[in-house]
Ligand binder design. Structure first.
Ligand SMILES: [Zn+2]
Length: 162
């Protein structure tokens, strides 16, 4: 038996002002996306923005439904839009942020497991990792250089793909 350990690496910036300009701009696009959130049940708005290789920005937000499982996270709204309409234009960076009036958000929100799995599939489709910026509007920004860092044991079976 061998004990093994996996370490993940990410960067923490104390505020958006420490970020390079392009990353700062993308975080602000994610903030703009908050306005389109449909979240009457959780009162928890999530905004996402994708920076594509061509320079195109795709914005998305969480979309809830009275039949709860029918809703979808902002990240997957963004990524499925990319897959349906822009898959030939690689995702360089994704920014995610959140806002609620119900409590103070003091650190970035992290994506759910289902969104991480979809991010992984998008990386596989485009054959390159995407950077992920997790932006807390009044707090730090965490920067991850690819989904593998979040999900080192992600499900992927090469024999299922052709
Ligand atoms: Zn999610």
């Amino acid at each position: 038996m061998i004990d093994k350990q996996i370490n993940i690496a990410f960067k923490e910036y104390t505020s958006i002002n420490e970020l390079p300009d392009a990353d700062k701009a993308l975080c602000n696009e994610a903030v703009k996306a908050l306005d389109t959130s449909h979240s009457p049940y959780s009162h928890f708005k999530v905004g996402a923005a994708l920076q594509l290789k061509s320079g195109t920005i795709l914005r998305a937000s969480n979309q809830e439904n009275v039949a709860y499982p029918s809703g979808l996270c902002a990240e997957r709204v963004a990524l499925f839009n990319w897959g349906a309409n822009h898959a030939d234009d690689a995702i360089i960076t994704m920014a995610v942020t959140a806002q609620t009036n119900d409590f103070d958000l003091l650190k970035p929100i992290t994506s759910c497991g289902a969104c991480l799995q979809v991010m992984a599939e998008c990386e596989k489709i485009q054959n390159t990792p995407m950077r992920v910026l997790l932006y807390c509007i009044n707090g730090p920004v965490w920067v991850v250089d690819g989904v593998q860092s979040f999900l080192p044991f992600l499900f992927f079976e090469d024999r299922l793909t052709h």
